[in-house]
Design a protein around this ligand. Structure first.
Ligand code: F6P
Length: 370
């Protein structure tokens, strides 16, 4: 990992990818820690758009981050800087002389432009943002990454902030759905986000004692879920709760996708309704689908997410102050440490099938559809 002896006087902060509760807490902790070291801070608008397309921001693509600007934001969802999960600088849609628009890697130019303004960058984001951070670091910019995502799928850190808030909200929703499911003898299929990892579905599903949990790591067979529902019917439990991760897919089948908007290839979505249709046909029961979607990303971070976000923000500044860069701060309980960015971006962190949480579900009779 890179180090540099030049003193830091000014840093930039960016937030990229889908928002997650705790982004503002990271920004506040990083800014306050930096100001206390005598550094200046600026925020880049909307990921890196503030630098790459400054014309979009009449008020400026860089926002001065003063003590006043970050006051009272720790508990707020969203991000005061704005964010985007489109138009990655690694494949930035760039108009060509012939009128076509082609994806161009603009990270070298981005590193240069950021480097003209500041001495270092704190890049807050998920796997895509860490890949960009890694590229910027290879182009010579001093970068420290901060892992964010409700999906908890980033390798190199035990937890990403935002995940616990998403799990808390999903768990509350599942608790609420129990009573209405029971009142109507229904099957409630609840689709949760998480991309290609099942962390949210598994954690909320077990915490709320769902009857079946379908995650991408375990391709499912609906007849096994239908059997579980029938078993419950036989013992007089005529309702069931089935949690489906958006990335879950049937054995021998494929992920359920919806078309992406310009700048995005595709999005996961629709598996909840497909599971519901299948269960309706096989069980003959009333089945309803609830898609929690972006509700999981909104709202105030739970205290442990706030705390983690504050720890990450302060640790990112300490890391720069100790002259380390090209790294991502990471939770390695009980400490926040850092790992090289190439470790963080090496692979997705999937739910390990032999983990005790899955085993807990199995011991409690929860079906994983296998
Ligand atoms: O990565 C966070 C996440 O919320 C995923 O769980 C989900 O698949 C995706 O972002 C949704 O993206 P968008 O906000 O573009 O719909």
């Amino acid at each position: 990992m890179a180090t540099s002896g030049n003193p830091i006087r000014r840093i930039a902060i960016s937030t990229g990818g889908g928002d997650a509760p705790g982004l503002n807490a990271v920004i506040r902790a990083a800014v306050v820690s930096a100001l206390n070291r005598g550094w200046e801070c600026v925020g880049i608008r909307d990921g890196y758009d503030g630098v790459l397309t400054p014309e979009r921001f009449p008020e400026g693509g860089l926002i001065p981050l003063t003590a006043d600007r970050v006051r009272g934001i720790t508990h707020l969802g969203g991000t005061i800087l704005g964010t985007t999960n489109k138009n990655s600088p690694l494949a930035f849609p760039t108009p060509q002389p012939d009128g076509s628009v082609v994806p161009v890697d603009r990270t070298a130019e981005l590193a240069e432009r950021i480097g003209e303004n500041v001495d270092a960058l704190i890049a807050i984001g998920g796997d895509g943002s860490m890949e960009i951070a890694h590229a910027l670091s290879r182009h010579g910019l001093r970068v420290v990454g901060v892992p964010k995502t409700i999906d908890n799928d980033l390798d190199g850190t035990v937890l990403t902030f935002g995940f616990l808030t998403a799990v808390a909200f999903a768990t509350e929703c599942l608790d609420r759905l129990h009573s209405t499911a029971e009142a109507h003898d229904r099957v409630m299929v609840v689709e949760v986000m998480g991309r290609y990892a099942g962390w949210i579905a598994m954690s909320a599903g077990i915490a709320a004692t769902a009857d079946a949990i379908l995650i991408p790591e375990i391709p499912f067979d609906l007849t096994s879920v239908a059997r579980k529902i029938a078993e419950r019917d036989r013992i007089g439990r005529r309702f069931s709760i089935v949690v489906v991760a958006e990335g879950a897919y049937p054995k021998g089948g494929e992920h359920s996708l919806v078309p992406g908007e310009p700048g995005r290839i595709e999005r996961l979505g629709g598996i909840g309704e497909k599971v519901a249709e299948g269960l309706r046909a096989t069980t003959g029961k009333d089945v309803r689908t609830v898609v929690l979607g972006h509700l999981l990303r909104g709202g105030t971070p739970v205290p442990m997410d706030r705390l983690l976000a504050l720890r990450f923000g302060a640790a990112a500044v300490r890391t720069l102050a100790e002259n380390h860069c090209g790294v991502m701060v990471a939770l390695d309980p009980p400490e926040v440490k850092y790992v090289p960015l190439d470790v963080a971006t090496r692979r997705m962190k999937a739910v390990p099938l032999d983990c005790d949480t899955i085993q807990t579900g199995r011991d409690m009779g929860i079906s994983f559809g296998d």
